[in-house]
Design a binder for this molecule. Structure first.
Ligand SMILES: *Cc1c(COP(=O)(O)O)cnc(C)c1O
Length: 491
């Protein structure tokens, strides 16, 4: 299958590209991105056939429906990384929490957050492609917490790939920072920046766009790429767990095959939600997707009013930082799928230039046939964490936003799959505060307080972080980033 461009073609880029090209060079004409030319139709028979398939068998079948140009041995190796999840026979457990609400836990991988679901296999695929082409890649990432650890973990010691990861010093949790700075491998460079996440992200964008920087990389024979969530190589792995979780509902006798469900997604860059949307378009029986946000509620506004409005807005820091976002990149693929390339280009240009666009009435109604949305502020999230815990379910603040959407967005009493995107260990101070009222605790104290309160153990990979040797000490001003990276790179 080929991939085409969300903003149409500028005459310089090829009209269609293979999966591997879309992964290695993810930016298309007019600043657009790549989307599948047609979505495979899986249909009822596919679901029937896979009712008892394990995660890997299902994954292979979904991937082969896309006919991607990746060798089977590479796909097998990529999928074998799910063997390192807590329960290899069931890497994505589905837990009934109450009434119609089931939680699909996407955080049972190495870094305890859902980014592992896609970045783990993606790392294998990208490194294999680079090796096959005998090219060297620099992967750049700017992170406020979860992407950085997952990217470092997947690329460490992989051939033909080096990683430079920027994080705001003081802007992540202790656990997230330790996950990065203790990651020891020759091909990894972790750099703390004096500043906030926006500073790290804008520094990254400047370098990605700098022809001088690219020229210097070229001298070292290195290509530039990014592991951000617009890369279709990540999206394709995010389709699978939606299908798997649906089949899990059938296996748990909660629904019959063919019954419709809601998918309830805590959303930031919209990669997770896009995976659910594609699964629906490929035949998964989904009534609607519930899009949960925090106080950064641009997506709620878009879906409720048709207006994408970030004029004069800046990002608000919340207790669910992985959803603190104004420009949600993967919305573009939804616009493209619903309204076509011409209109997508127009809308995205308006967003870039005017920080605003508005869908017409017909477009809004088409969007609302698929999505409904609400947002959950920090106080509400805390209350949801507390209430769920009282009923025996421990969850993180991102997951909590879905619990509100479950309460406010459903029009029918259908079974609902809510996605849990981080383990309690990653956002422990917020959770400890919700459970005990104590404020301002450090991560390690909060971890211990929750472990005691919930009578559970802190997982070894989290506890061990506090004793691990620090491998990366670099903390610099943003104007020194380029030099720091160039000094690190090996050609
Ligand atoms: C990345 C992330 C999200 C947001 O997912 P998107 O695919 O960007 O919408 C939500 N929760 C956590 C914990 C995350 O790390």
């Amino acid at each position: 299958m080929k991939f085409i461009e969300t903003r149409g073609n500028d005459g310089d880029h090829p009209l269609k590209v293979s999966f591997s090209s879309a992964i290695l060079a993810p930016i298309a004409s007019f600043g657009g991105i790549y989307a599948p030319e047609i979505l495979p139709d899986l249909g009822f028979k596919f679901l029937q056939r896979h009712i008892d398939s394990n995660y890997k068998v299902l994954s292979k079948s979904v991937l082969s429906a896309f006919e991607i140009d990746i060798e089977e041995s590479v796909i097998d190796e990529a999928l074998s990384l799910y063997d390192h999840f807590d329960d290899p026979s069931n890497p994505v457990p589905l837990v009934k929490v109450k009434d119609d609400l089931y939680v699909s836990e996407l955080y049972h991988g190495v870094t305890r957050a859902f980014k592992d679901m896609a970045l783990q296999p993606f790392g294998v695929v990208l490194s294999a492609l680079a090796k096959k082409r005998n090219e060297n890649y620099l992967i750049m990432a700017a992170t406020s917490g979860d992407t950085g650890p997952a990217a470092l973990e997947t690329f460490k010691n992989r051939e033909h790939v080096q990683v430079a990861c920027l994080y705001p010093d003081g802007g992540t949790s202790d656990v997230q920072r330790l996950q990065m700075v203790t990651e020891e491998a020759k091909n990894l460079k972790v750099i703390g920046i004096h500043g906030d996440f926006d500073d790290a992200q804008s520094a990254l964008k400047r370098l990605l766009a700098s022809s001088a920087f690219k020229a210097k990389l070229k001298e070292k024979n290195i290509h530039l790429s990014a592991a951000n969530s617009v890369n279709f190589g990540r999206i394709i792995f995010q389709l699978i767990y939606h299908i798997y979780s649906y089949l899990e509902l059938v296996r748990q006798n909660a629904i019959n095959l063919g019954d419709k469900v809601y998918l309830d997604v805590p959303s930031g860059n919209f990669g997770n939600a896009l995976g659910g949307y594609y699964a629906m378009r490929m035949g998964l029986p989904v009534e609607k997707l519930l899009i949960a946000s925090n106080d950064n509620n641009v997506l709620t506004q878009l879906i409720q009013t048709g207006k994408y409005d970030i004029r004069g807005k800046s990002v608000i820091s919340t207790s669910s930082p992985a959803m603190d976002i104004l420009k949600s990149s993967n919305v573009e693929r939804i616009l493209y799928d619903l309204f076509g390339a011409e209109r997508t280009k127009e809308l995205m240009f308006q967003l870039d230039n005017d920080h605003y666009y508005e869908l017409n009435a017909d477009e809004l109604s088409r969007l609302q046939q698929v999505f409904t949305a609400d947002f959950c502020n920090d106080d509400e999230a805390k209350q949801y964490i507390k209430d769920a815990f009282a009923k025996g379910y421990l969850m993180d603040p991102h997951t909590a936003t879905c619990f509100k959407a479950y309460d406010t967005c459903r029009e029918k009493s259908l079974k609902t799959i809510a996605y849990s995107t981080a383990e309690w260990t990653k956002f422990s101070p917020t959770i400890a505060n919700a459970l005990t009222g104590e404020q301002g605790t450090s991560d390690i104290d909060a971890l211990q307080a929750i472990a005691k309160e919930a009578n559970i153990a802190i997982p070894d990979m989290i506890k061990g972080l506090f004793d691990k040797e620090i491998a990366h000490n670099t903390i610099i001003d943003k104007q020194d980033i380029e030099k720091e990276i160039l000094d690190f790179l090996v050609s």
